[in-house]
Design a protein around this ligand. Structure first.
Ligand SMILES: Cc1cc2nc3c(=O)[nH]c(=O)nc-3n(C[C@H](O)[C@H](O)[C@H](O)COP(=O)(O)OP(=O)(O)OC[C@H]3O[C@@H](n4cnc5c(N)ncnc54)[C@H](O)[C@@H]3O)c2cc1C
Length: 283
């Protein structure tokens, strides 16, 4: 029986997540597209160690690619290295990522590689660099990691497309900025680097000051900047931003919604995001 907490969890998660199936993700994407907003669709799941589950996730992405293409929706996809088998072994993840990127390239669909805990950063970058020449794939970089400015600089030398975020996992202070303000400062620094050295990238944050800074920098730059936000956090703001800029909302779907919901709740413990995202839409 689903208790009150279960119902509350589902309400909260339901605000962020499209639903359980591909058709749910496509339906919400179409709604976003009608507001001139693109979707970055992620099939929920991570740290998979069972080869059947890994194959299931890959097959789901192959179907998703084909369905996005058939429906003519403005959407990219986002995969997690440990969902493609990185915990089992590098070769498995590399083969799966390669298969997805190739299928997506045939359909002109972009594939984002999400970034997970720091123990996977090196291998994720390695995986990405193997496919960087495909041009239809980009990688997420987390500004809370002290190493990220160097990573971004190296990646850009290889022609990488970067999605910049603050970072969502718990990391030790030796390798990550413990204070949000330091992660924010580093975000600004890396964003400056992107404006100088990158032709296209995504600024993925709900931090209005960072977004404003990016908007003013984009006025003086030829770079193609897109703005990424999580679905269900501040969609009305995203719709307004989309009147003048390229905006894409990260839209997860799948059966594993509980763990995603928990992460959003945990990382946003100050409740600002949760409280605001539960309020009725503000125009
Ligand atoms: C498109 C996208 C992809 C992502 N991919 C990854 C990934 O691959 N790996 C990863 O580790 N993380 C990822 N994240 C999550 C990210 O790392 C952050 O955990 C998450 O975005 C919250 O950080 P923030 O940059 O929005 O800033 P925060 O510092 O959390 O928030 C900034 C400030 O913005 C304001 N604000 C925030 N929310 C609201 C609101 N609802 N209404 C009004 N004001 C608000 C508040 O004043 C808040 O203090 C992704 C995020 C996005 C948007």
């Amino acid at each position: 029986m689903v208790g009150l907490w279960g119902i509350a969890e589902k309400m909260i998660a339901g605000r962020w997540i499209a639903g359980e199936g591909i058709s749910d993700a496509l339906e919400v994407s179409e709604k976003l597209n009608r507001r001139n907003v693109g979707a970055v669709i992620n099939y929920l799941g991570e740290d998979l160690r069972d080869s059947e589950k890994i194959s299931k996730a890959c097959n789901k992405y192959m179907l998703l690619i084909s369905d996005i293409s058939k429906a003519g929706i403005n959407a990219s996809i986002a995969v997690k290295p440990t969902q493609l088998g990185l915990t089992l072994g590098y070769k498995t993840a590399s083969a799966n990522y390669g298969k997805i990127v190739s299928a997506a390239r045939r359909k002109k669909i972009f594939v984002w590689m999400d970034m997970e805990e720091s123990r996977y950063t090196d291998l994720s970058i390695k995986l990405y660099l193997e496919r960087v020449k495909s041009k239809n794939t980009g990688i997420c970089i987390q500004s809370y990691l002290r190493r990220s400015e160097d990573d971004a600089a190296k990646l850009l030398l290889s022609g990488a497309t970067i999605r910049l975020v603050k970072g969502a996992y718990r990391e030790p202070p030796e390798i990550a900025f413990a204070q949000r303000k330091d992660a924010t400062r580093n975000f600004s620094r890396i964003m400056g680097l992107l404006f100088r050295k990158s032709e296209r990238f995504m600024v993925a944050t709900h931090d209005r000051q960072l977004i404003s800074r990016a908007i003013s920098m984009s006025g003086k730059s030829d770079a193609r900047v897109s703005f990424g936000m999580l679905n269900g956090i501040m969609n009305d703001y995203a719709y307004r931003l989309a009147e003048k800029h390229d905006v894409q909302l990260y839209l997860p779907f799948g059966e594993e919604w509980v763990s995603y919901g928990y992460r959003r709740m945990r990382e946003l413990r100050n409740s600002v995001l949760i409280a605001k995202s539960l309020l009725p839409s503000q125009h």
